[in-house]
Design a protein around this ligand. Structure first.
Ligand code: ADP
Ligand code: ADP
Ligand code: MG
Length: 673
């Protein structure tokens, strides 16, 4: 076994790998970009080296610099994590040349599976079932259009080199094909440096079911069952679980055998995932193989009790697989939720900023291999309160993983844990995840990749304006905090015993009533707290309630609102209260301090929603545009964003050309009425 390894990654996966290494007594070398100097993965390492500026291409993708650090520090092996260099065959090869072990498959296996089109051709030969489509080399638009017509619409255009749900376009009808192809190729070129595409029949209501495989250098290969990753947004996984709901033992065996055949066809070694797309009738087709550890590997760990990173290290060190196929068993059910800094209501636009407050659900810490009994709640995270979600990397905050004796128990634990997960400072998908988990579609286990889109109305709750219970919690919290502040102030004056410093709950302006104005979703609401003989009353609009309660210093609140007991939590950051109630976060700004509010409302403006690169300018100076006309395409955080005209007008000036980098908030062009 190794005594020192280098982790060529960042964020939660670098921390995850470091945990296992430390448990095994292996020293950890971290690398980091200038943006990550103070990050959690650096603090967990025994040694850490800066490898360059924030953009990944200048740091985490610099294989040469990373290999140099490995040699200098005396690391024997490099773990690439996922993303970045994990599926880069040239890097794997360079490691070997430098005398370092690449903790992953041989370069030839990465190469064989690297391009989806070449991989499909290979799988066809190995007898693995494929989705009908075209995966040849001919790329001229007219030819591809004919192939698409032959397959029959809808079809899916996919970047051969694609990943992370990027570089895919669904085409509903022939007339849309050429435009979709151009946009797909542009994204593929920009993201993967390769614009080759393939075309597949777009299946309706399919499930994404993948098989975890593991092979050693001695010719053994096993499958560690399946994961269902059907719940997706923009073709990216949101919730993953194991085992797949409704999976029959014979189907599992057939898929496992197909996955092992796929791995063996390319001489696979280490951890890999064979992704299948499955029809509701259970028929399944090979989609791609990910030749690395997968983001969602923890659900497999939870149901098998195995530490997959430990297995990776053992295989890389030339040891045999610890267990045979007959020895691996499924125990219970596990679900993972990916917690992202993003705004579901704005088409999941990534959100950047300082994590001003983070409170994770009470986690039973994961201790690695053979957790017996399994941890019921596990949080894999790469950030701490006070860290920043930057525009340079994936906006993941954490993975929340639960285990239960069966799916029902796991679901209940997940719903509860999501309700306990609080983040202030960036928008998150936590409440959205909670709604998905509690939805009928998800809880019944009737999964397919269209689940989120089909249930939009239920899952994307419209902004409802402030509710009385939320207002009451916020008002009570503000009132209590003012009281505490007054007490603190009293303690520091010359007259600590002055009756003016008494905390009788009426310190707010020393008046018998006090009005607070909250702003939620651009809507102002005045709340007046009144001292009456019978106790405190809250008035808002024409409503009048009896209000009493208790708040603890950590923000836990319990109030009585006209006899109704409401429990929630309140966190004040700057001049804004975040009220956490029933799994939803409500942000109520105090009106007096509105100037302190950072606005993240870029909708309807011509400003860049985040720092990024201009990919295309779609209009010329002097052009007449209608409201909603696409103007500029910006690439930021690995996504394309289209800036559309907020109103009709004439393009007066264009400030940037394609290829230029822009800062957040700068106007990209000007419109004249
Ligand atoms: P999984 O199938 O495990 O969810 P994904 O394909 O979604 O994996 O991507 C795994 C990780 O790699 C994600 O964190 C994603 O952001 C990152 N990733 C995927 N493609 C790229 C890419 N082209 N460049 C950088 N990171 C990528
Ligand atoms: P990536 O490399 O980005 O992970 P995949 O080929 O694995 O790309 O596809 C990602 C997702 O897109 C799948 O999980 C599935 O939801 C959807 N998808 C892919 N191929 C098809 C298809 N032929 N029909 C319907 N959906 C598909
Ligand atoms: Mg995939």
């Amino acid at each position: 076994m190794f005594s020192k390894i280098l982790i060529a990654n960042r964020g939660e996966i670098a921390c995850r790998i470091a945990k296992t290494a430390k448990r095994l007594g292996i020293s950890v070398v971290a690398v980091y970009s200038e943006a990550d100097a103070g990050s959690r993965h650096v603090s967990m390492a025994d040694e850490a080296y800066c490898i360059g500026p924030p953009p990944a291409k200048d740091s985490y993708l610099r294989g040469d610099a990373i290999i140099e650090v490995a040699k200098k520090s005396g690391a024997q092996a490099i773990h690439p994590g996922y993303g970045f260099l994990s599926e880069n065959d040239a890097f794997a090869e360079a490691c070997a040349k430098a005398g370092l072990v690449f903790i992953g498959p041989p370069p030839s296996a990465i190469r064989a599976m690297g391009l989806k089109s070449a991989a499909k051709a290979l799988m066809e030969k190995a007898g693995v079932p494929l989705v009908p489509g075209y995966h040849g080399d001919k790329q001229d638009p007219a030819f591809l259009r004919t192939e698409a017509d032959k397959i029959g619409y809808p079809v899916l255009i996919k970047a051969s080199a694609g990943g992370g749900g990027k570089g895919m376009r669904v085409v509903e009808k022939g007339g849309d094909f050429v435009e979709a192809l151009a946009s797909c190729q542009r994204e593929a070129k920009a993201s993967f440096g390769d614009d080759q595409v393939l075309i597949e029949k777009y299946l309706t209501r399919p499930r994404h079911i993948e098989i975890q495989v593991f092979a050693d250098t001695r010719g053994q290969c096993v499958y560690l069952f399946e994961r269902d990753c059907s719940v997706q947004r923009r073709h990216q996984k949101v919730l993953e679980e194991a085992p797949a709901p409704g999976m029959q033992p014979d189907r599992r065996k057939a898929m496992g055998a197909a996955a092992v055949a796929a791995a063996q066809a390319v001489g696979y070694v280490g951890a890999g995932t064979v992704e299948f797309i499955a029809n509701q009738d259970g028929s399944f087709y090979f989609m791609e193989m990910n030749t690395r550890l997968q983001v969602e590997h923890p659900v497999t760990e939870m149901i098998t009790g195995l530490d997959l990173v430990h297995w990776q290290l053992q295989v890389a060190a030339g040891l045999p697989l610890p267990l045979t196929q007959d020895q691996v068993k499924i125990n219970g059910h596990s679900i993972e939720a990916r917690v992202y800094a993003e705004n579901p209501a704005k088409n999941f636009l990534p959100s950047t900023g300082l994590l001003k407050h983070v409170r994770t659900p009470e986690a039973v810490e994961f201790e690695g291999a053979m957790v017996q009994p399994p941890a019921s709640v596990r949080v894999d995270s790469g950030v701490r309160p006070g860290d920043t979600i930057s525009p340079y990397y994936d906006p993941m905050i954490a993975k929340l993983i639960v285990w239960g004796e069966d799916r029902g128990v796991a679901l209940a634990r997940l719903a509860r844990a999501l309700g306990e997960f609080e983040v202030v400072g960036v928008s998150t998908n936590i409440a959205f995840l909670g709604r998905v988990v509690k939805s009928r579609a998800f809880s019944s286990g009737d999964l397919d990749t269209g689940l989120i889109e089909r249930n939009r109305d239920e899952l994307f709750a419209p902004a409802s304006g402030p509710r009385d219970d939320v207002l009451a919690l916020a008002a009570f919290a503000e009132f209590t905090l003012s009281g505490w502040t007054a007490t603190q102030r009293g303690k520091t004056t010359d007259e600590p015993n002055s009756p003016w410093h008494l905390v009788d709950g009426w310190r707010l302006n020393e008046q018998p009533h006090h009005t607070i104005v909250f702003v939620e979703d651009d809507q102002s609401t005045a709340v007046t707290l009144v001292r009456a003989a019978s106790g405190m009353r809250m008035r808002t609009g024409s409503a009048d309630y009896a209000l009493s309660g208790k708040m603890s210093p950590d923000g836990a609140l319990r109030i009585e609102l006209d006899g109704r007991s409401v429990g929630g939590r309140a966190v004040r950051v700057g001049s804004e209260w975040s009220i956490f109630l029933g799994g939803e976060q409500h942000r109520l700004a105090l009106k007096d301090d509105l100037h302190e509010l950072e606005s993240d409302a870029h909708g309807g403006t011509l400003a860049a929603p985040m720092p990024g690169k201009i990919i295309a300018v779609l209009v010329a100076k002097g052009a007449r545009v209608e409201k909603g006309t696409p103007l500029v395409i910006l690439e930021a955080m690995k996504m394309e964003h289209t800036i559309t005209a907020p109103r009709a007008g004439t393009v007066a000036s264009i400030r940037f050309a394609p290829g230029e980098q822009v800062d957040e908030g700068v106007d990209l062009l000007t419109l004249e009425d």
